[in-house]
Design a protein around this ligand. Structure first.
Ligand code: NI
Length: 186
């Protein structure tokens, strides 16, 4: 089932997400719905707060950008209760976008690698290190679980230049090809 994507300005995107308890009901259906919602919107990652659920769950399938970033080939993950263990000191700057911020693409500086612990879709605990664009995707989605959005990190001048666009997104009048939801329920 395709779910509405909550847009910039909705308070759920600013909340610190809660741990997912071991007995969380129907999590496999929820995961399937998140993938379907993400693919429908041509996204490569989606965090639960973006569908209005303030829980530590994210899905990634970045294979679609593997032409530009070969490390993304077959890069598909489900992460439950992820926790960053370590990240690189050196950063790299690349352009990002977000399904909750349609129509805005801006440069963001991020660590070049990250080591993260998480539970997979079978609730098996894993530890993995991700490099390059994979690290960026993981960090972007992880930020959503802490109530952070990539536009928080852009320069003040870029933020000023995007002010009207961000305002339009939060009012639900920005152009968007998928089902969305804004603060106030529309
Ligand atoms: Ni995002």
């Amino acid at each position: 089932m395709i779910l509405p994507v909550y847009l910039y300005g909705h308070p759920v995107l600013r909340k610190e997400a809660e741990d997912v308890p071991a007995d969380y009901p129907n999590i496999s259906q929820l995961i399937a719905n998140m993938f379907e919602t993400m693919y429908n919107a041509d996204g490569i990652g989606l965090a639960a707060p973006q569908i209005g659920l303030s829980i530590k769950l994210l899905v990634i399938d970045a294979d679609g950008v593997s032409k530009d970033h070969k490390e993304c080939k077959d890069f598909k993950r489900v992460m439950i209760n992820p926790e960053i263990l370590e990240e690189s000191d050196d950063d790299v700057t690349l352009e990002e976008g977000c399904l909750s911020v349609p129509g805005i693409h801006e440069n963001v500086s991020r660590p070049t690698w990250v080591r993260i612990a998480y539970e997979d879709e079978n609730r098996v605990r894993r530890e993995e290190t991700f490099q390059g664009f994979n690290a960026r995707v993981v960090l972007h989605e992880y930020d959503h679980l802490a109530g952070e959005i990539f536009v928080d990190y852009i320069s003040p001048i870029r933020k000023q230049l995007n002010k009207r666009k961000l305002s339009n997104i939060s009012k639900g009048i920005a152009k968007c090809s998928y089902k969305t939801k804004i603060a106030g329920g529309r």
